[in-house]
Design a binder for this molecule. Sequence first.
Ligand code: NDP
Length: 271
Amino acid sequence: MRIGLIGYPVQHSASPRMQNAAFAAVGLTEWTYELWPTPLDALAERLRELRKNHHIGGCNVTIPHKQNVLGALDVLSDHARMLGAVNTIVKRDGQLIGHNTDWLGFLADLRFNGFEPVGGQRALVLGAGGSARGIVYALLKCGLRVHIVNRDAARAHSLAHDLHPLGTVSAITTMHQAGAIDLIINCTSAGMDPHLDTTPWPLDLPFPRQAFLYDLVYKPRQTVLIQQAEAAGARCAGGIGMLAEQGAAAFELWTGVPAAQVAPVMRAALG
Ligand code: NDP
């Protein structure tokens, strides 16, 4: 069975390495994970091929197509519909079913790193782009109270407005307004290669040492933000484990093999 990654560009993706390692580890020797670079003008043809080729069982979807594929699918999971974004497509009985495993991957890796999200905790989300939407969704599902702060404040307001039916979420204009916080999640691309010297946390504001920092950025592993948090004595985790866990959740959807069984293989494949 063939599985692939639809996006553009995709050549630097680590997904083939971790998915193929997992296929091998569970004895699915006929399964392969491929890169399917797909510019926007080739998306419709790519989805037609996905639908009609019996050797293809599904795919992952990444930037810039997580929203673009919505209208072409037969069924959306409740989560994908609420998030307005699909990162995994499964083909069942000729139907294309859209799922979102990014938010599941975040929660799994947060727990793996020793932070148990529970109702009543307060979280501060930095950023209001595509990933922030999934993170805020995950946090509200767990009953946390969420503040969002973003460089472009209007985007933070719009995200809070969209997800407020799910729980307590508000946009704030500076980190200084956040008050006591249990969990800080960086969903900005500040610090991500090649922006190695940037950080979303103001240099003149002490990082709260009681908070747990989860930085979605995974390249480099040690961001300036993680250095700031560590210097303050806070506990931290980078985003590489989320990459593995969202992949493991997708693997379960395609193969039926539990995510928990393959997540360690995927973590090891990412190094
Ligand atoms: P988007 O492009 O959708 O959003 C980018 C966000 O970063 C916006 O909120 C933007 O603010 C903010 N931003 C960019 N540069 C700066 C800066 N210098 N200072 C402050 N804020 C800044 O990206 P995504 O949400 O898809 O991804 C964000 C990061 O998360 C990326 O580094 C990505 O690699 C990582 N990621 C990791 C995953 C994992 O599995 N670990 C999964 C998904 C993403 P504004 O709105 O003002 O422009």
